[in-house]
Design a protein around this ligand. Sequence first.
Ligand SMILES: Cc1ncc(COP(=O)(O)O)c(C=O)c1O
Length: 392
Amino acid sequence: MSFVSDKVSNLPPYLFSELNQKKTALQAKGVDVIDLGIGAPDLPTPDFVINRLIKESQVAANHGYSVYNGSKEFREAVAHFYKTHYKVELDPETEVLAVIGSKEGIANLMQATVNPGEIVLVPDPGYPVYRTAVHLAGLESETLPLDEANGYKPLYSHIDPNVINRSALMLLNYPNNPTAAIADYNTFLKAIAFARKNQLLLVHDAAYDLLTFNGYKSPSVMQVPEAKEWAVEFGSLSKNFNMAGWRIGYAVGNKNVIKALSTIKSNIDTSQFLPIQKAAATALKSDFSAVDNHKKIYEKRMETMYAALHRLGIQADKPNGTIFLWAKVPQGYTSMSFAEKLLDEAGVIVTPGNAFGSKGEGYFRVALTVTVERLKEVISRIEQLNLNEVIH
Ligand SMILES: Cc1ncc(COP(=O)(O)O)c(C=O)c1O
């Protein structure tokens, strides 16, 4: 007996874990592998957030269960953030929910909102976890193609009308992983119009909303007047405040959806540890100078890497947000053959674009999660490669 369900057996292999295995094998051979594959922030959580956690951990009253939808303080801090940052009013009682990272929230959302036989539209290229979440919920996903020529915005006209008819939910994510594409208000206006026209739920994943550069400020889908009728938005402390391991985020928007997700979660996880919620509330109510400091670091890394790729003749758009660079593989390579060349010959891990969907083929993603010094080492190793020499 394998005791493993079909759902788990039929999951596509999590590409990052395969890369990780290869990384471990190379490291065992003494290779100094530089990992620009997984988008895990390397910077520390701000001290004032850690200090609040320490203080609250020492209070016995914080050791019990949280209320299912998250502590009042945390939900009010999220509402405060939306009001001050986005000029959007949210009712912390009904329109805000604490989640254990947006990954958890999005996975549980599928069961909370979609019925068997209905379709979930998933962006391609896109964060692979979306499709996995749909699969684990026993549901069907279909591709929402993104238009590269138009800054990776949805190509609604390219979706089969029969698929649209059966669709119950559509996912979007800006600033985008993996492409670093950004949205403007109009992108969300059109997405809400599409949701209304086709009577489906729009789910926007805003995991990188504060990590923006060059004066660009990312909008929220909640700024669109009818958004609360048609959408929910997920936010996360993981990237914005370098709190990836803390597992804390939020869902906001449509009351029915927030309630349905809360019902699912009340039967699964009973919310996050209260001191973590309280520390996260402190982060969200702060002046964001800590975020600004981190942004400067990411931006410097991005500029360093972008300039180097340009010098190497590798085509990439200069990002206005996220912690990623999305670049075209040199001529003659596939995403995988280029990623393999970098790993085997330079000890550098990047993520092949096809890990994010078939429309990612021909690209690779660089996570800017190492220091400028390490990036310079990466650049010097790539400069020593003969990129015209394609291995087949
Ligand atoms: C687009 C996107 N959404 C969600 C997540 C997961 O974030 P969290 O740590 O809040 O679960 C990630 C993490 O890489 C991401 O890239």
